[in-house]
Design a protein around this ligand. Structure first.
Ligand SMILES: C[S@@+](CC[C@H](N)C(=O)[O-])C[C@H]1O[C@@H](n2cnc3c(N)ncnc32)[C@H](O)[C@@H]1O
Length: 242
């Protein structure tokens, strides 16, 4: 089932996702840290740590948004990083942060679609995506494109929301995610649909072994799967074998 942010509009999911992130770009960073109570920073660190055995890999951060993961990859790995995203609003915020940190020679962002990446085959040593894959209109196409631009032997590290299963955490989490988060997110961002789309898209997205199966379908070999904070999010690591 395709979950779109704006139920009444008949534009494609991709267009709606770009519109939604353009709408909330200015408040995105604040809301991210506020609604996750800061835990997202720890998850991002752990995501980048999956690449720490590599010697300054050239990294592509897909669905880079406001660039937090791209900036962290540069900081922790000393890497050159390119971020790509379909939302011009999110990329503007990323560009401002890159400039403020003075890392323009190492981190850059470009507008582009994960389902049709503007890069040659076998370009990057590693690919990262945080909270992006769930928003792709065509997941298989997005993952296959990511595989195409990754060098043979390269690693893909994906951080995405998943669903906790243990009682009573599951119940508490769903109350927070389905009731409190849309309320506060809507109030602060003035785009309630965006924060209703978030839990709905998570509920309808493959997680755990089902997501690993999608990676396999796209020609990747899953090597690590690590639940974060009782399974609210999961880090998936897969390698390109050829
Ligand atoms: C929840 S944000 C995550 C941003 C960032 N990775 C982070 O961790 O904060 C999701 C991002 O995915 C981007 N996105 C969604 N579909 C995309 C696609 N097909 N290609 C590139 N970016 C996409 C959106 O524009 C948005 O910036």
């Amino acid at each position: 089932m395709t979950v779109k942010p704006y139920k009444k509009a008949d534009s494609s999911k991709k267009q709606q996702v770009a519109d939604m992130f353009n709408n909330i770009a200015g408040k995105y960073d604040f809301l991210n840290h506020f609604l996750s109570m800061g835990i997202d920073k720890l998850w991002r660190k752990r995501t980048i740590n999956m690449l720490k055995h590599l010697d300054s890999p050239y990294v592509l951060d897909v669905a880079t948004g406001t660039g937090d993961l791209a900036l962290m990859a540069h900081k922790r790995l000393g890497s050159k990083v390119t971020g790509v995203d379909i939302s011009t609003g999110m990329l503007k915020v990323a560009e401002k942060k890159i400039k403020e940190k003075g890392v323009q020679d190492f981190v850059n962002v470009v507008e582009g679609d994960s389902e049709n990446l503007p890069f040659d085959d076998d370009t990057f040593d590693a690919i990262t995506v945080a909270f992006g894959v769930r928003n792709y209109e065509n997941l298989h196409k997005g993952l296959s494109e990511m595989r195409r631009v990754l060098k043979p032997g390269g690693r893909m590290v994906i951080l995405e929301f998943s669903r906790p299963s243990a009682f009573p955490f599951r119940q508490m989490y769903f109350f927070y995610f389905q009731r409190m988060l849309p309320f506060f997110g809507g109030l602060i961002s003035k785009d309630k649909a965006a924060y209703e789309y978030l839990p709905e898209s998570v509920l309808n997205f493959p997680d755990g072994e089902n997501f690993d199966a999608e990676l396999v379908k796209a020609g990747m070999k899953p090597v690590i799967r690590k639940k974060q904070t009782f399974g609210i999010a999961t880090i998936y690591v897969a390698e390109k074998i050829q």
